[in-house]
Design a binder for this molecule. Structure first.
Ligand code: THU
Length: 136
């Protein structure tokens, strides 16, 4: 697992987290994703008065990447609203899996970007179901 962390990615995740719209949970999350050509896409959580309609930071970043033509995630950083890093939710692990291989390093940073935790996607989502699982 790679432990090298790109400061531009950390900065992007830390900054986009501040734009999150989370009036209900007050838990602001930011995500930065790099795709195959090196471009970085970001997302933040966007909650809704109809609670289940809220979207996660990772989902927003993935949508931005796909809309811009990106199809392969090469780097991910998630920045949570806490002093210690937290892991992506189960749904986001699966969403990341669609565009990443199980050996991808998922990096998580604290709110200030100082504390780092890293796991592979395989560790976070073992024996995953992915695009290759389908006969298409
Ligand atoms: N959240 C994310 O944006 N990403 C995750 O991986 C975990 C949870 C958001 C959803 C909700 O707006 C808030 O954090 C509290 O769960």
């Amino acid at each position: 697992m790679s432990t090298n962390v790109s400061q531009d990615m950390v900065q992007a995740a830390v900054e986009i987290r501040k734009r999150a719209y989370a009036p209900y949970s007050r838990f602001l999350v930011g995500a930065a994703i790099r795709c195959e050509d090196g471009r970085i896409f970001t997302g933040c959580n966007v909650e809704n008065a109809a609670y289940p309609e809220g979207i996660c930071a990772e989902g927003g970043a993935i949508s931005a990447m796909v809309a811009a033509g990106g199809r392969k995630i090469t780097e991910v950083i998630v920045c949570c609203d806490s002093a210690t890093p937290c892991t992506p939710c189960g749904g986001c692990r699966q969403k990341l899996r669609e565009f990443a291989t199980p050996n991808l390093t998922i990096r998580m940073v604290s709110k200030d970007g100082q504390e780092l935790f890293a796991q592979t996607l395989e560790e976070l989502l073992p024996h995953s179901f992915g695009p290759e699982s389908l006969n298409v």
